[in-house]
Structures are given as structure tokens and as C-alpha cells.
Write a protein that binds this ligand. Sequence first.
Ligand SMILES: [Zn+2]
Length: 271
Amino acid sequence: MLVNLAEMLSRVPLARMAFNVTSVEAFAVLVDIAERHQVPLILQISPRYLDDLGSDFVRKFVIPRLQSSPARFTLHLDHAPSPSAIAAVIDWGFTSVMYDGSLLPLDDNIRLTQEVLDLARPRGVSVEAEIGHVGGAEDGAEASRLQLTSVESARAFVSACPVDALAVAVGNAHGLYQAPPHLRIDRIRAIRDAVRVPLVLHGGTGIPLSDLLAAAQAGIKKINIGTDLKQAWLKGARRGVAQYQEVDQVRALMREEIYAAIMKYQVLLEL
Ligand SMILES: [Zn+2]
């Protein structure tokens, strides 16, 4: 079944894991884990992968598959660049959306996030927004553009736009970390105390598990993992091509690597 993000994040002891669907293989493994272990999962798709997988595939296969599953899922649009990109996926059946206005001036980010709230709330769809800016390889941003989220801007943002989840920049980044990340646990705690909205950590891949657990205890309620699943796909493909001639054998190794990449987070998945 599909539930919205607000429901998925309510009464969660630590944090919920959100995995980016970056391949058909990743989708199959994620659904299998959720159903086999009865673990609630947030599956998210970025606009780029929505194009890559194809909107027909998502509408006619991904969404009905999740709707009819006995496991609980949230299907979330990651990093939507505009309210118009969001309107379409709400019609298809996504139960959560992220509008990313993090590079805009605060006033514009508030205005456009409010537009998204007006679109989503009447349909029961949750909204994630971003304040500060999580940079990184995904959007080609320089590390120097990473802006830590300030407590004051988070407070101002949430009082103007009461979103269901707020992505924060607290030393995290997208893609592969060039140097070991240093998460600002103190900042997470201070923002959590100021806004009382579930906080989201983007760029979870490469952050040590102990830091993810500390972040969850400090107020992070959704942890995004994308790069890990792409790396696992590639590792499985390389191993498979080196060992086998048959496509199905190669794909089995890809799924094996993706499974192992997800299971690294077993503690947070509460399995
Ligand atoms: Zn992100």
C-alpha cells in the first residue's frame, strides 16, 4: 500500500530510510526486502530518473505494484525543480513530493513551497522542502556552495510554510564524498528544537553508520540513500560481466550487490 510521508514518519523510533530508485534492479530488490521483512520503505525518484525509467513505466508498473503490495511504501518525488513538475506526479499517484527551492532567496523559496503545499495538501500528498543548500556532485555544485542551514532561517521558513519534512544542510553532500563528511549533530539538534518538523538528511551514502544513528537521535527522521545503489549496480555489473556470459546471471549479481548495499542499513531499517 502507499501512504504519505507524514504518516510514514509518524511514530518512528529512529529514522526511516529513503532509497532512490535508480534502476529497475534496485526497484525489484527494494520491493522484495519490504515485502519479505514487512519493513516500511520510502522509495523516491528524482526527475532525472523519472525520465530515465520512463513516465509510462512509473505510472503503469511502479505505482500499481506499490499500491497493491501488502508492505507499506511512500512514493516520493525527489528534488522537483518547479510546482508544475509536481502537479503531474500527484495526478499519477505519488504520495509525497520534495520541492527544492534551496538555491533561491528565502522569500522565493517560501512562495514556491507554499504553491506546492496548495497543490499537494488537498490531495493528501506530503511535502518536503529544503532550506540551506545540500550541494554535491548530483547538481554539479562546488563544495564551496554548501550552505549550512541556520536555525533562524529554518524557523522563519517553517512558520511561513508548515511542511511535512525539511531537508537541512548540516555537513552532508550528494554523490561521493571527497573527504570524510563531518556531520554537525549540534546543528541538527538545534534546528529540531526550533522547528519541530521531521528533518531530512540528503547524501546519506558514505556517512558512517554511527554518525547516521547520532543524526537520527538528534532529529533526522528521513535518511536518503542514492549513490550506494548506483555503485552497487555497477559493482554487480562488473563482477557479472567478468564471470558470466548469461545476462540473467549478471543481473542476479547486480541484485545481490544492491541487496548488500541496502542491508548495510539494517540497524536503521529495524530488521
Ligand atoms: Zn538530495
